[in-house]
Design a protein around this ligand. Structure first.
Ligand code: BDP
Length: 860
C-alpha cells in the first residue's frame, strides 16, 4: 500500500489479520500526492483537500461520524479464522455498516487531514457536523430523521443523503433501506468531497436502474494487468490475476483462503460504484473451480467480499458432469440429456455444494457451443434446452444462469453477425403450452455483447436488444481492453458505452407501434419491455499489478463501467471528470486537460484502427496490432473476411442486396443501415462495400477520407502525448512517467496501425495517399518557392534548397482554414532541419502534426 508523506507513514505499517480496530485504521492509512505513488488505491484516494476555503468548510460541515449498531448485522462467514496475509494494510470487517464506517473514517481522515471522531451511541441529539450512517433498523437517528416513506422510493440498493437543520445545528444523514444502500451512500458522500462538490443542503436520492451490476473476471486470458512488465502474466509464482488460487514458489503462502490487500481494495472500489457481483473465472471455464478444494477457497473470497455487497458466481462448462475430477459423482455423455433427471440432478448437487459454503452464491455464467466450448448442440439439443436444464436445476437454490449469446456457428449463416439471433430468436418467440411466449425460464439471463461481433472499437448495437422481449437480457461490455489498446493505449471507454446505451433501437411492440422508451439502455434496464430482473456485466481487467488494471487510465474504465451500470443515462464526460478528480488532481486546468484527453481517446482509437465502420483487422496472435491481410483457418476469424477489400472498394455488404443482416434490426434502423446513403458514416463499412471513389459528406472521396481518418487518429495521440507532457509538474512523478512512456508506445503503435492498414488497402485501391487536402495539410514557402504535396503519414520530408537560397521557411499555408501552426524551429543552414507544428480542433478533439523538414542541397 502506498502511504502518505503527509502522515509520515511507510508502506506496510497497516494492521494485519483483521485484529485491529478502526481507530488503528484511521491512524494508519491515507494517501497523498507522493511521487512514488503507484496507483494502487484506484480512485479511492483520500488526499487532503487542497483548496483551503473548501477544506475549512468541509471541516465545519463534518465533525463527527455516528454509526449506531455497526456490528450488529454481522455478515455470514463460512471460513473459520478468515485472515489477511501477514503485513497487510487493509483489514477484514464483519458487517456492511462497519465497512461504511471504516471508509468514512479513512476517507475523512485523508480528505480533511485530521482524524474525525466516531461514535456508536446516538446521544440525545446529533451534534452539528455529525454524519449519521445507517438504516432505519440500525439507527435511531435515521429513524428520527427519515421516514419509511422517505426511504421507500430508493429500493434495496439505493440511498438518501440529506442535510438536516435543527436550530443552529446542521448534520448529514446517509441512509438506505439496507446496509448496502447505506454503504453506497457513504461512498457517494465521500465522492462529493473527493471531487470538491458541495456537501451542505444535500437532498440526494439515488437508486440503480439495473439490478445486477456484475463483473466477469477473465482470470487468465485478456488479462492486461499482471505484474510481469513484459505483458500479461505474473511473477513470483502468481499467474498475474487478482485472486490467487494456485500460486506457487514465493507466493505459495498467498493463496486463498488467505486474503490479500488487493482483494479488499477492489471490493471497496467495486462497492464505491455499486458493482454487486463478480463471476471470478474465465468463460472458457476450468472445472477445477467446482472441486471441493477450490470451493473452500471461493468461500473465503466470498466471505471477504460479502460486507461490500458483492456476491460471487462461477463460469462453468456444460459438460462438467463428465469430468473425472468429480468422481465418483460423474455422468456419461449419454446422461447429459438436458431433459433428464441425471443431468439436472448433477447440477443441482454441484450448485448445492457451492451454496453450502457460499450461501449467497449467484449462479453460473455459461459459454456453450461457442469457440470450441461444449454445449447442448453437441447432443442434438438447443440453447433453450441447455440453459433451461441448468436453470431448472439451480432454481430451487435461488440461483440464476447467465447464458452467453456469443455464438457463431458457421453452419448457421455465411455472415457471422447474423448467427446469434438465428440461434436464439426463435426460442424467445416460441409459443408455450400455457399460451405465453418465450421458452427461456425466468432465472435465465441471455448475456449479449453490446455489438454483434466481438467488442470492437465501434460496433452497431446488437440487434437482439429489443428483439428478445420474452427473455431476460444482460448486456455484456468489455472493460479489459482486448481490442482497444490493451495495457498500452489510453482509451477511455465511457463514451463508447454511452453511445451504445443511448442508441435508439426503434423497438416496436407486437402490433408494430414504436415503444416510448426504446433506447438500448431502456431495453437493458427493463423499462422498455417490462422486465423486473435486469443485468449489466463487464468483462473485467483486474490483475495483480500495483495499479490493478495495467494502464493507469484503464482504472477509469472500471470506474465508468460501475457508474454507467448503476445509471446508464449519466454523461461519460462527467464520469471522467469525477474519476480524474478522485485519481489525479482537483486543479481545474489539470482536470479539464485530462478529461479532454480521455474524451477523444476512444474515437481516435477507432480512427487509427478501424475508421468508418471497418471491423476486426487485428492480428490473431494478440488482438493488439493490425494484420489486414491475415487469412485464418476459420473465415470468420480472418481480417480479410471482414474487410472484403477488392479493386472496387472496401467493407462488408450486409444490406438487403448483401447478407441482409440489417433485416435483424427493427424497421427504422434496418432501413437506415441498409441504405448506403443514410447509414451513419461511422458505421459505413459494417453494412456496405464502399466504392473507393464514393463521395463522402466531407466532399472528399472515400479513399481520401479513409486515409485521413487513419492519420487523424494518430494525430490525436500526438496531441495527447504533448498534452500529457504539459502536465509534468502537476502529476506525481511515478505515475506521470509511466503514462508518459505508454503514450510514446501508443503513438508509435497507432502509426503502425495507420501504415499497415493503409499500405494494404493501397494494393486494392491502386491509389496513393492523398496530399494537400487533409485537415493538417500545409504548404511551406522556402526560398520563394511554395512546396506542398506532403503525405501526412510520413515522419519527415526532404526539402531541396537551391544553392545560395536561404533554408528558412518564410510562410506556412494550412489547407484548412481552421488549422493553426507554429514554426518550432528553423534550419540554420543546409543541411539542416526545421519543424512546423500544425494543430486543429477536429470532430473528436484536437489533432497535431509536427512536420519535420530536412533541408538538403538541391542537386541542380
Ligand atoms: C473474444 C476473446 C476470447 C473470448 C471470447 C468470448 O478473444 O478470448 O473467449 O471473446 O467472449 O473476444 O467468449
Amino acid at each position: 500500500m502506498p502511504v502518505t508523506a503527509a502522515t509520515g507513514l511507510v508502506a506496510g505499517t497497516g494492521t494485519a489479520s483483521g485484529t485491529a480496530g478502526w481507530e488503528d485504521l484511521a491512524a494508519g492509512l491515507g494517501t497523498t500526492a507522493d511521487d512514488a505513488y503507484d496507483g494502487s488505491d484506484l480512485w479511492l484516494r483520500y488526499v487532503p483537500v487542497s483548496d483551503p476555503n473548501l477544506l475549512w468548510k468541509y471541516r465545519e460541515t463534518v465533525t463527527t461520524v455516528i454509526v449506531e449498531n455497526a456490528g450488529r448485522n454481522k455478515v455470514h462467514r463460512h471460513t473459520p479464522n478468515l485472515g489477511m496475509a501477514p503485513g497487510s494494510a487493509e483489514r477484514l470487517v464483519e458487517s456492511t455498516l462497519e465497512a461504511a464506517r471504516d471508509e468514512l473514517v479513512r476517507g475523512l481522515r485523508g480528505l480533511l487531514d485530521r482524524a474525525v471522531p466516531v461514535r456508536a451511541d446516538p446521544g440525545d441529539r446529533p451534534p452539528g457536523g455529525a454524519v449519521i450512517v445507517g438504516t432505519r433498523d440500525s439507527s435511531q437517528l435515521v429513524r428520527q430523521h427519515l421516514s419509511a416513506r422517505d426511504l421507500a422510493s430508493v429500493g434495496d440498493d439505493g440511498y438518501l443523503i440529506r442535510s438536516v437543520s435543527r436550530g443552529t445545528r446542521e448534520f448529514t444523514v446517509i441512509a438506505g433501506n439496507t446496509e448496502v444502500g447505506a454503504l453506497y451512500g457513504t461512498f457517494a458522500f465521500l465522492r462529493r468531497l473527493q471531487t470538491h462538490k458541495t456537501i451542505t443542503r444535500l437532498d440526494i436520492s439515488e437508486s440503480p436502474r439495473v439490478r445486477n451490476r456484475h463483473l466477469n473476471n477473465w482470470e487468465t486470458v485478456r488479462l492486461y494487468s499482471g505484474n510481469n512488465p513484459s505483458g500479461t502474466g505474473g511473477l513470483n509464482g502468481e499467474n498475474g490475476t487478482i485472486f490467487n488460487f494456485a500460486a506457487t514458489g514465493q507466493s505459495a503462502g498467498l493463496n486463498l483462503p488467505v486474503i490479500l490487500d488487493r482483494y479488499i481494495v477492489v471490493a471497496r472500489a467495486m462497492a464505491s460504484v455499486g458493482i454487486n457481483g463478480i463471476t471470478i473465472n474465465l468463460v472458457n471455464a476450468d472445472n477445477v473451480y467446482l472441486t471441493p478444494a477450490y470451493i473452500a477457497q471461493e468461500a473465503a473470497l466470498a466471505d471477504a467480499l460479502r460486507p461490500y455487497g458483492i456476491k460471487i458466481a462461477l463460469s462453468i462448462n456444460y459438460t462438467a458432469p463428465t469430468d473425472p475430477r468429480f468422481a465418483p459423482d460423474t455422468l456419461t455423455n449419454e446422461q447429459l440429456d438436458p431433459h433428464g433427471a441425471e443431468f439436472r440432478g448433477w447440477w443441482n448437487r454441484r450448485a448445492a455444494l457451492v451454496q453450502a459454503s457460499v450461501p449467497d452464491f449467484t449462479g453460473f455464467t455459461v459459454k456453450a457451443n461457442s469457440e470450441g466450448q461444449p454445449g447442448p448442440q453437441d447432443f442434438g439439443d438447443d440453447h433453450g434446452d441447455g440453459a433451461n436444464a441448468i436453470a431448472a436445476a439451480v432454481d430451487p437454490l435461488g440461483m440464476k444462469i447467465f447464458w452467453r449469446t456469443f455464438v457463431y456457428n458457421a453452419d448457421v449463416d455465411e455472415d457471422r453477425l447474423k448467427r446469434a439471433y438465428l440461434e436464439f430468436g426463435y426460442i424467445d418467440d416460441e409459443r408455450q403450452p400455457d399460451g405465453t411466449k418465450g421458452r427461456f425460464l425466468d432465472n435465465v439471463f441471455l448475456q449479449t455483447k453490446n455489438g454483434p461481433l466481438d467488442f470492437q472499437g465501434r460496433e452497431p448495437i446488437h440487434p437482439m436488444f429489443g428483439r428478445m422481449e420474452n427473455t431476460n437480457q444482460a448486456l455484456e461490455l468489455q472493460i479489459t481492453q482486448e481490442y482497444t489498446g490493451q495495457d498500452e493505449m489510453l482509451c477511455y471507454l465511457g463514451p463508447m458505452w454511452e453511445e451504445a446505451l443511448k442508441t435508439d433501437t426503434y423497438a416496436r411492440d407486437e402490433r408494430g407501434r414504436l415503444l416510448d422508451k426504446r433506447l438500448m439502455g431502456h431495453i437493458v434496464d427493463g423499462t422498455a419491455q417490462g422486465h423486473s430482473d435486469t443485468a449489466i456485466v463487464g468483462v473485467a481487467n483486474l490483475g495483480n499489478a500495483d495499479n490493478l488494471t495495467g494502464h493507469h487510465f484503464s482504472q477509469a474504465n472500471l470506474f465508468a463501467f460501475g457508474r454507467q451500470s448503476w445509471d446508464w443515462t449519466l454523461d461519460s464526460a462527467d464520469i471522467a471528470a469525477d474519476w480524474v478528480r478522485m485519481t489525479w488532481s482537483n486543479r481545474g486546468n489539470v482536470v479539464g486537460t485530462i478529461v479532454r484527453m480521455m474524451m477523444g481517446s476512444w474515437e481516435a482509437l477507432v480512427s487509427y484502427q478501424t475508421p468508418l465502420g471497418m471491423a476486426h483487422q487485428f492480428r490473431s496472435s494478440d488482438h493488439y496490432g493490425p494484420n489486414p491481410a491475415e487469412r485464418l483457418a476459420r473465415d470468420d476469424w480472418s481480417p480479410v473476411y471482414y474487410n472484403k477489400a477488392d479493386s472496387s472498394g472496401l467493407g462488408y455488404d450486409r444490406s438487403p442486396t448483401g447478407s441482409d443482416f440489417t433485416a435483424q434490426y427493427f424497421p427504422t434502423l434496418a432501413a437506415r443501415y441498409g441504405d448506403i446513403d443514410t447509414v451513419p458514416e461511422n458505421l459505413l463499412m459494417w453494412f456496405h462495400h464502399v466504392p473507393w471513389d464514393r463521395r463522402m459528406r466531407s466532399g472528399r472521396i472515400f479513399w481520401d477520407e479513409l486515409v485521413h481518418r487513419y492519420q487523424m487518429g494518430v494525430q490525436y495521440v500526438t496531441w495527447m502525448r504533448l498534452t500529457w507532457d504539459s502536465l509534468r509538474s502537476s502529476i506525481d512523478a511515478r505515475r506521470f512517467a509511466e503514462v508518459e512512456s505508454k503514450l510514446a508506445v501508443h503513438e508509435a503503435d497507432a502509426g503502425d496501425w495507420r501504415d499497415t492498414c493503409v499500405n494494404y488497402w493501397k494494393r486494392f485501391s491502386g491509389r496513393d495517399n492523398p496530399v494537400d487536402g487533409g485537415p493538417l495539410s500545409i504548404k511551406i514557402v522556402v526560398g520563394g518557392r511554395a512546396i506542398g504535396a506532403f503525405d501526412l503519414s510520413a515522419s519527415s520530408y526532404p526539402i531541396p534548397v537551391p544553392a545560395g537560397a536561404s533554408p528558412k521557411i518564410t510562410k506556412v499555408i494550412p489547407s484548412d482554414r481552421a488549422a493553426r501552426y507554429e514554426i518550432l524551429s528553423q534550419a540554420d543552414g543546409v543541411p539542416g532541419q526545421a519543424v512546423v507544428r500544425v494543430i486543429k480542433e477536429d470532430f473528436f478533439g484536437p489533432i497535431v502534426k509536427d512536420y519535420v523538414f530536412v533541408m538538403e542541397r538541391a542537386s541542380t
